[in-house]
Design a protein around this ligand. Structure first.
Ligand code: M6R
Length: 366
């Protein structure tokens, strides 16, 4: 049932190209130029009227929501707030008219996410669920559902659910942009073209997966690590850090690179391991200077970037190259090496990769 893979997590990492194709299937029209959601209950009129969006989720699904915010704000120009579900339900959020709440959950059963979406409903908000489980509680109670269709995810550490949630956000962002006319049809067609290339690009990264095992060997005895990035790279860093913590038990922290000198830089000393993401052209120079700051304190840095930023070689100790795509779509690619680093580190440490200590796949209690 693991198809020859050693663990479900490894299998699920490698299933991502197929999972991403499945998330796209049936949601792009036959001309390839438009996003369609054939079963949507929300009328096109109410979609046009959306003025504010809340995204509520936990853990990895929350990290997907952080990318969702960048996507929706930049494509559809609707303000988005992202909340950890357990915070949202107790913080008395303000609900203006025409608010949409998006609940993101792989299992569709997470107690806090369910409670947060009920709170939104009680306050008159329409609720859209992004979930992998058809017929789950969250899917049943939402007004509308985008199923991610990634197939069952068994490993506690979420991988293909995250990347398929990202695809759902890209499609939903473009759909909103179509309705609100915030993007030209050619821009949508061009972005869809790039979206469709992602599964192949993920497959390409996965052909070199084993190389990251050496990196995992080199960090296995560390007590702490840092992930740094800016913009959506920071959101991906948070996901990489969570993945590493939950299955390797090595402490790590994700930091917005520009915030380092406001405190965390004090923790960087000779040999501290740092993983730096730089996929955004507009932020690359800024990242180079942040990496230079940690290097000057003795850090050992792995840079994750694409071929246009080969100059990174001059600043870091090692480079992990990923294919180039549109800046907004880059998380689908940059997270893959981070998943593999977490996976191999857990393997070399001899941990129970698929069932890490103290954690459950689906958290149905508060
Ligand atoms: O099923 P859900 O997406 O609602 O689960 C949310 C989190 O519990 C989940 O993503 C958790 O953070 C994962 N173990 C992370 O890999």
């Amino acid at each position: 049932e693991k198809d020859g893979y050693a663990h479900y997590m490894e299998k699920e990492i490698h299933e991502q190209p197929r999972a991403l194709r499945n998330t796209m299937t049936g949601r792009i029209d036959e001309t390839g130029q438009k996003v369609i959601f054939p079963n949507l209950q929300l009328s096109s009129r109410s979609v046009k009227q959306i003025e504010k969006i809340y995204i509520v989720a936990c853990g990895t699904a929350y990290h997907a929501g952080l990318i969702g915010k960048h996507v929706i704000e930049s494509l559809a120009q609707i303000p988005v707030e992202v909340d950890v579900a357990s915070e949202f339900r107790y913080r008395r959020p303000l609900f203006a008219k025409n608010t949409l709440t998006i609940a993101v959950s792989q299992s569709g059963e997470t107690a806090d996410t369910l409670a947060a979406m009920r709170e939104a409903k009680r306050n008159g908000s329409a609720v859209l669920a992004i979930t992998n489980v058809v017929g789950s509680s969250i899917a049943r109670e939402a007004d509308d559902v985008i199923t991610t269709n990634a197939g069952p995810e068994i490993a506690v550490a979420s991988t293909k659910a995250y990347t398929s949630q990202l695809i759902a956000f890209y499609l939903w962002g473009m759909y909103l942009a179509q309705q609100k006319a915030t993007m030209a049809p050619q821009e949508i067609a061009a972005l869809l073209g790039k979206l469709k290339e992602l599964p192949e690009q993920v497959a390409e990264i996965l052909t070199h997966a084993k190389q990251l095992r050496h990196f995992a060997e080199s960090i296995k005895d560390e007590r702490q690590l840092f992930f740094i990035g800016r913009g959506i790279d920071f959101a991906v860093s948070m996901e990489g850090s969570l993945k590493l913590k939950e299955i390797s038990y090595i402490h790590s922290e994700a930091y917005a690179a520009g915030e380092l000198k406001h405190g965390t830089l004090a923790l960087i000393e000779e040999g501290t391991r740092v993983i730096a993401l730089s996929t955004q052209d507009a932020l690359h120079e800024k990242m180079i200077s942040n990496i230079t700051e940690v290097k000057a304190r003795g850090a050992n840095v792995l840079g994750i970037t694409h071929e246009d930023h080969l100059d990174l070689h001059r600043t870091v100790d090692d480079v992990c190259l990923i294919p180039k795509t549109d800046a907004l779509l880059s998380p689908v690619l940059s997270v893959i090496p981070l998943q593999l680093i977490a996976y191999y580190t857990s393997v070399v440490l001899g941990n129970d990769v698929d069932r890490p200590r103290n954690l459950a796949k689906s958290v149905t209690v508060e």
